[in-house]
Design a protein around this ligand. Structure first.
Ligand SMILES: Nc1ncnc2c1ncn2[C@@H]1O[C@H](COP(=O)(O)OP(=O)(O)O)[C@@H](O)[C@H]1O
Ligand SMILES: [Mg+2]
Length: 339
């Protein structure tokens, strides 16, 4: 029987070299057909988690179940059901787009004719047919990612693991890539597990999220559930330069949770932003602080992260040396070591 949960992680732990607790007791589930985001800053343990779920890395302890199969007991069965796209480009630049897909088809034991047919369909689907006979190294970043998506889909997996798939793409490339992912889910019901450290794409593209920090999950839920948990809106009020400090005035108003002041700008967390604004403006004016500007914002995932970790989300680019080495090892394990 098919359950609605297609991925289950139970208390997964990974300790590297007996010292680095990269993943520290992670539990969550992903529902069938969902786009599930695994959001966290650099070094949080995202790649390590993907590696354990995708049967590329043995957990120190804990259990992962993919489509009913326990990963540690049936890694090959798991690998047949999943496609994995790594953080860094894995397309072979010296092969054409078509060859890249056909080689992958061969790795999955598909017949030549079958591989050719499949690559034709995937090139079409990813809109790279016109570039199919060009070497992959001539592709733009966005095309390369689409080619990698095609490679990851060659064996028609039920689940796609995408590890920071949009890292380094420009906004157009990112949007384009997400368009393909959304379509895959819609047309083929593929479940997508995607890691990212881009808050905006986690917010807009994912049905549900887990936020991971220092190897631990700090919050799980849909983006709007997570934001709702903060219990209100963020109102920003800018007063005239040199105006008197109105922090206490604002704090005394009904519905206000916190007030933070920076220069002449006040960041106010309150229950309901819109009706609060006229009241706040009147109070400021009465206290002799002319109001120059006001914004009302629902909290973003930035605030969610801050709330649950006590820290600002660090937006960092790139990949460190360990992560790179691990990635290379993983690719070798996956394709080099197949019997
Ligand atoms: N092979 C490894 N050996 C030792 N430490 C590692 C290895 N791979 C990752 N780490 C460490 O584990 C932590 C989590 O890494 P990683 O899963 O790559 O995080 P993320 O993908 O979220 O950036 C980091 O502190 C990283 O330096
Ligand atoms: Mg990573």
């Amino acid at each position: 029987m098919q359950t609605s949960q297609i991925i289950q992680a139970e208390n997964l732990v990974k300790v590297y070299n007996g010292t680095v607790r990269a993943v520290d007791g992670v539990s969550f589930h992903v529902n069938r057909g969902e786009i599930f985001g695994f959001l966290g800053p650099n070094g949080a343990g995202k790649t390590t988690t993907v590696s354990m779920l995708s049967a590329s890395l043995r957990p120190t302890s804990g259990k992962a179940v993919i489509d009913g199969l326990e990963v540690s007991k049936d890694p090959d069965g798991v690998k047949r059901r999943i496609g994995v796209i790594f953080q860094e480009s894995t397309a072979d630049g010296d092969l054409t787009g078509r060859e890249n897909i056909e080689v992958a088809a061969g790795c999955y034991g598909m017949l030549r004719s079958e591989g050719r047919k499949r690559s034709e369909a995937l090139l079409e689907q990813m809109q790279i047919s016109e570039a199919s006979e060009r070497l992959a190294k001539t592709y733009s970043g966005g095309m390369r990612r689409r080619l990698e998506l095609a490679v990851g889909l060659v064996h028609d997996p039920k689940i796609l693991f995408l590890d920071e798939p949009t890292l380094g793409l420009d906004p157009q490339g990112r949007n384009g890539f997400w368009g393909f992912v959304q379509k895959l889910r819609k047309d083929e019901g593929v479940t997508v597990f995607v890691t990212t450290h881009y808050l905006d794409e986690a917010d807009t593209m994912c049905d549900r999220l887990a936020i991971i920090d220092h190897g631990k999950i700090v919050a799980t839920g849909s983006p709007s559930e997570l934001k709702d948990r903060l219990g209100g809106d963020i109102v920003t009020i800018k007063t005239a330069p040199g105006a008197p400090d109105v922090t206490r005035v604002l704090q005394s108003l009904i519905g206000v949770h916190t007030v933070q002041k920076q220069d002449d700008t006040y960041r106010i967390k309150c229950a309901n932003g819109e009706p609060f604004v006229p009241v706040a403006v009147e109070a400021c004016t009465k206290a002799g602080a002319a109001v120059m500007g006001v914004t009302v914002k629902r909290p973003s995932l930035d605030e969610v992260f801050l709330e649950f970790t006590g820290r600002e989300f660090r937006e960092e680019e790139g990949m460190d040396a360990t992560a790179r080495a691990v990635m290379v090892q993983r690719v070798q394990d996956r394709f080099g070591g197949r019997r």
